[in-house]
Design a protein around this ligand. Structure first.
Ligand code: ZN
Ligand code: ZN
Length: 390
């Protein structure tokens, strides 16, 4: 349709970054993502409800609408059915539906907040949603809501106490009249609202900058991804700032050479996930194994990668811990430095190499200066390689 150019269809845009032409989640078919990186960013919240979405189908009566209940003492939200009656006596103009939520609020009087914009992601919503808590929840000694803490990965403020229900309403405006079933994209908007809520105001500039936007990262493709998608070993990817990769530890060697990075494994692709017949495992990722070699001299596994980085590694995401973009050349240089410069030195100190060395002597090679020199050598070496090509 010609009009879709002017008015992009919000139902096909990425829930995390609003890029167009996003693909539906294979689990719930409700949320859409433009990339594996955006999907992984949503997963800590999304994964709590994804598999429940298609199985929550036992609607008691057409007057019941699907809602999300955030229990105060449980570790995850859940879907519930809420009866929505049309009540002509309500003071607001016209026939307006009333939702029966009091039993979920332990009998408390409901306080409803109507939301029509996602401030974190700077988007207006096509339909509204309501967040309903007990009117007295901040005063009656209610404890912080555990399932909100879990769904927001701990990023929500301290305003969310006691039981909470989220419901979706059709349309926008001051009094959207009717309720509709809540979906997984609306769930993301609710979670973002919990995160951005600051006494009713929009998030402040810094908050917005931290949560929003992407940095350039690098995917180190394992053998399986290289052979099934024809990818190079290193490919550039855009990574949302909320991606869980940023929560992991800094890779020790990367810190020592002055280019601190976080890494995280991609889930195995279903094209090669169960392929164990190969002589070469599709999970093999030697460069990713090598950058995880342990450089702490007091550790037993010094000079070797921990077990989890030796077997079934798969593809690996790399981002810088200091918010800067990282290029495929930089990651390739670090991997080469670890594999071809450091590994032989580690072997020397472990007694299996060509020269006898102490651990202390080896550690003198893991510095920003040594890395810079290696990168310069590598570049020079690459030029020669190119010239020798037959
Ligand atoms: Zn996206
Ligand atoms: Zn899903």
């Amino acid at each position: 349709m010609a009009s879709s150019f002017l008015f992009p269809d919000p139902t096909s845009s990425c829930t995390i970054c609003d890029s167009p032409n996003a693909q539906a989640c294979a689990g719930c078919h409700s949320t859409r993502y433009c990339s594996p990186e955006c999907q992984q960013t949503d997963w800590p919240s999304h994964g709590l409800l994804c598999s429940k979405y298609t199985t929550h189908i036992d609607r008691p009566d057409p007057s019941y609408k699907r809602a999300i209940f955030f229990p105060p003492k449980e570790n995850k939200p859940e879907f519930i059915w809420i009866e929505c009656r049309t009540d002509k006596k309500i003071w607001v103009p016209g026939d307006t539906q009333e939702c029966q939520v009091r039993e979920h609020l332990d009998g408390g009087f409901p306080h409803r907040k109507l939301i029509q914009r996602n401030h974190l992601r700077s988007r207006n919503l096509t339909n509204s949603f309501q967040v309903i808590c007990r009117e007295t929840c901040l005063l009656d000694g209610s404890e912080l809501n555990k399932s909100v803490i879990k769904a927001t990965n701990g990023a929500a403020g301290s305003s969310w106490k006691g039981p909470i229900v989220a419901m979706k309403k059709i349309g926008r405006g001051a009094y959207p009249r009717e309720y509709m079933d809540i979906d997984m994209t609306c769930y993301r908007d609710v979670v973002d609202y919990f995160i951005s809520y600051r006494d009713g105001s929009a998030p402040r500039g810094k908050m917005k900058r931290i949560m929003w936007g992407k940095v350039r990262g690098v995917k180190i493709n394992c053998k399986g991804d290289q052979s099934t998608s024809g990818a190079e070993v290193y490919s550039a990817v855009d990574v949302p700032r909320q991606h869980p990769v940023f929560l992991g530890p800094i890779v020790p060697i990367s810190r020592l050479v002055g280019m601190p990075i976080h890494t995280r494994r991609y889930p195995p692709n279903r094209l090669w996930k169960d392929d164990h017949d190969h002589v070469d495992s599709p999970y093999e990722n030697v460069p990713a194994t090598c950058i995880h070699m342990i450089s702490d001299r007091n550790k037993d596994w010094w000079g070797l990668a921990p077990i989890k980085w030796q077997y079934d590694v798969g593809s690996v995401l790399v981002v810088r811990s200091d918010n800067q973009d990282v290029t495929t050349q930089q990651v390739e240089a670090l991997c080469h430095f670890c594999q071809f410069k450091m590994q032989p030195l580690f072997e020397n100190a472990l007694g299996g190499g060509l020269v006898e060395m102490t651990r202390a002597e080896v550690m003198r090679y893991i510095t920003p200066g040594a890395f810079r020199d290696y990168v310069a050598e590598m570049r020079a070496g690459k030029v020669e390689e190119g010239e020798e090509e037959e």
